[in-house]
Write a protein that binds this ligand. Sequence first.
Ligand code: GCW
Length: 730
Amino acid sequence: MRPFASGRSVVLWCVLLAAASPRSVPRPPAAEDGYDLWLRYRLVDDAGRLAQYRAALTHLVVEGDSPTLRAARDELSFGLAGLLGSAIPGADSVRRDGALIAGTPATSPLVAALPLADDLRRAGDEGFVLRALRVRGRQAIVIAGNSGAGVLYGAFHLLRLIQTGTPLGALAVVGAPKLRLRLLDHWDNLDRTEERGYAGRSLWDWTHLPDSIDPRYRDYARANASLGINGTVLTNVNANAGVLAPDFLAKVAALASVLRPYGVRVYLTARFSAPIELAGLGTADPLDSAVRAWWRRKVDEIYRVVPDFGGFVVKANSEGQPGPQDYGRTHADGANMLADALAPHGGVVMWRAFVYSNDVPTDRVRQAYDEFTPQDGKFRENVLLQVKNGPLDFQPREPFHPLFGAMPRTPLMMELQITKEYLGQDTHLAFLAPLWEEALRADTYARGPGSTVGHEIRGLAGVANVGSDRDWCGSDLNQANWYAFGRLAWDYTLSSAAIADEWIRMTFSNDPRVVGPVKAMTLASREAVVNYMTPLGLAHQMARGHHYGPGPWVAGGRADQTSVYFNRADTAGLGFDRTATGSNAVRQYFPPVRRRFADRDSVPETLLLWFHHVGWSQRLRSGRTLWQELLSHYQAGVDTVRWMEQTWDGLQGLVDSERFRRVQAFLRIQEVEARWWRDASVSYWQSFSHLPLPPGYEAPAHSLDWYRQLRCPPDPRKPRCDALTNNGTP
Ligand code: GCW
């Protein structure tokens, strides 16, 4: 038999051959394990753009030799080698077109000679100037800063522009952080367990420090520097005094020396009773002279080993932590004692406002405001009050905390939670930038309209979601929240959509077939979680303890940690009356906000049940009853997750198969669990409303008792219930 017998089969053969040739078949992206985060530096895949970048960047001239400038040079060499396909040579002068020049006016004669004075003034201490301009008659790109950190941030910004496919021809950017303190808070314990961590163990390998330095520390520092994060609190706010002992301080010093070139300062949590626990003093009273002297000596000792130590974060008299009130003293007394010890070295105290009394005297969400506003003006200058975004506790949605704008004589920071304790932890996709954007843009009216929360703060702290997992964050999509936190800490006016766009391009691809759908998914994800967990202003309806999965029936024990305390469900209706007829927490907001929240006709429906107890059959602005509206929100949450699943399924072949499958599997879990949330919640509310489900509504698969009795495994990291997934449906 002769092959290729007919003309037709020859053509067919050629078509098959062509299809098999590597040039014509787009190869699926290579498998990735997520370790590289958004710093993947893969070859620019648009040939035209690549040629432009290669022409614009032919040699690298870094003038100056500090550790931070070396870090900038190393990152540029490494990043550009990947993005452009080959290393760009270093040089000590401008040789031809395409010089990439980096330095500060103090370290670089080239930079000093350029007309950048105005731009550099705007850049400030930590900012940068990026410009395409002619230098010595040659076309060049300049990264200038007033400090090494500024140059480093500029280097990362340039790499980001290339990663996201931005043309460089007319480059003219001045970047400067809007907030001075941009910190990750690790709730990490000295035994490497983590409080509310869902990405493995703590990154800090205390046992092998200070002698053994895990290479991950440097990559962690790079990731932070790429966003402008300039501090890290190594230890849990539920603190262990042990970290202040000399052997641990040596370990802290070793970590600090890895992070320092990347502009990341180290901070620690200070356990208030440390003088008792470490030195055997009889008291930790902040007005006691021996206690004060002990802290002064301790702080001096810290600065001897970590000369740029940032300071302390303190959780005091909250959830069982020791504090000044144990001695009849105020929060200001406690904070000021530490502030006095730190002040000579330039350190700060971040004193947390997350306090609520042990005896549940009043609405829990009122207490921080009631406790701290009388102390306004009583704190030292180097104390910042660190306030969570909302008055309760990192819920999928809360109103902004009424302390923002209410302490004009005390600098405030905002604390966000990147690790998603209450939003599905490692598994559920919930892009948090929309939540944070909502808080940062909320108008407090403290100084008239336009006094947004962002304007009222000096710093942003984010409870880290970073652990020892290979992908750092427990899932590929959780990385977006680390990224978004850092970008918002740098510039709180950035939009969620802009942040998502950058992150997707850097993490997955510039291909519009990827960017569009992934952006739509990420941006819809937080509202989906709100809908299937706690719609219409409900809060804290999670299972007890681990906070994973629904538990609207949780009662007993300490009242203000239970779901029934917060939902106030009864046969009349649902929701917490925080108006004048109830706890009057609404009074803590400035009048325009107060009026808006207090009035059933003007309160945003997204916060309705936070502020009002509403009858099951009362009509909302939509014309539907509360019952109908609730049902439709729960269903919308599930529907959005199903749509996210389908959207992701459509990306097969466009995203590398390893990450594609991992995300796909988590979205499957999220869909099952969104139904679990919907069904458990609706069944529970129905036991009060006694109202029917409308025809066609997806009825709960089980009885309320079944959901109530469901026991999840005790492993706090994986509390999922197998019973839910048996036979594929709950
Ligand atoms: O959200 C609650 C958490 C606690 C945490 C506390 C806090 C560190 O459930 O795990 O403790 O907040 O912020 O202090």
